[in-house]
Ligand binder design. Structure first.
Ligand code: G3P
Ligand code: MG
Length: 251
């Protein structure tokens, strides 16, 4: 196991590839993240109707594509033709990438991957198994294997059963009152990381889970003073949308 004190992943992680500077979870986002100095990105992965792993946060299309469509009812050919540039006119024509497409970019540009398994409703286990299988193949020669994460404990359990050596992080929406039940979940799922919301994260909570052997990554931190506080407390990862404000000496 990897201890939080020997955590091999970069500290700074671009949320959805490139934060809010480009359409989320697209190749354009990864290009922007990389150009701004990021060497790790978090991104959301789910399955098309024909079981191809691709990058999409929502279960449907209106927010990012401005049209109707249910991801789990659409083929990969249909989904990868969808323009998801809503809110980003300069990026008109930017489409949904497959996991394979993004793996190519990450591997050729030294970008580490935090693959958030984001199953469509009811597809938790199969999404984890198929995304895990695809990622294992795509990253088979990588020096740094992907770090998987999910809010879905069903998905993480399925990933664990299919690929015990996969690197898993448990995402939580909010801090529970009781640390012990969260610790038990991390142990049961044999995770190496806990991915926590910024709100409620403090030095004591970070220290507790790191002392138990788990890396602590925080999302989504867009205030640089807050990020520095978290770093001073020793967090292992800061997931941010503020991609243009982190390495400000770089483009
Ligand atoms: O993985 C951290 C973060 O991305 C979780 O929330 O909704 O942005 O995928 P969400
Ligand atoms: Mg995410």
């Amino acid at each position: 196991p990897i201890s939080p004190t020997h955590w091999p992943y970069p500290l700074w992680i671009a949320h959805r590839g490139g934060g809010t500077l480009a359409p989320e979870n697209t190749l354009a986002a990864f290009v922007i993240g990389h150009q701004h100095g990021f060497r790790m990105a978090e991104f959301d992965v789910k399955l098309s109707a024909d079981n191809i792993a691709l990058l999409l946060h929502d279960d449907d299309l209106p927010r990012t594509a401005g049209r109707n469509g249910i991801a789990k009812e659409m083929s990969a050919a249909e989904l990868t033709a969808v323009d998801v540039s809503v809110g980003h006119p300069p990026f008109a024509g930017t489409t949904i990438p497959t996991l394979a497409h993004i793996a190519d970019f990450c591997l050729s540009h030294g970008m580490a991957a935090n693959i958030e398994i984001k199953p469509c409703i009811g597809r938790d286990a199969e999404t984890a198994e198929l995304v895990g299988a695809a990622a294992n193949q795509l990253w088979q020669d990588a020096a740094l294997p992907p770090l998987f994460s999910s809010f879905s404990t069903v998905a993480l359990a399925a990933l664990q059963a299919a690929f015990p050596h996969s690197r898993r992080g448990l995402l939580i929406e909010e801090w529970p009152a009781d640390h012990e039940s969260l610790l038990a979940q991390l142990q049961t799922l044999d995770c190496m990381a806990l991915h926590v919301p910024d709100s409620g994260t403090d030095a004591e909570r970070i220290a507790f889970f790191q002392a138990a052997g788990y890396a602590v990554l925080v999302w989504t931190v867009n205030d640089m003073a807050r990020a520095q506080q978290l770093i001073d407390w020793g967090v292992n990862g800061v997931i941010t949308d503020a991609v243009d404000r982190v390495f400000s000496a770089q483009p």
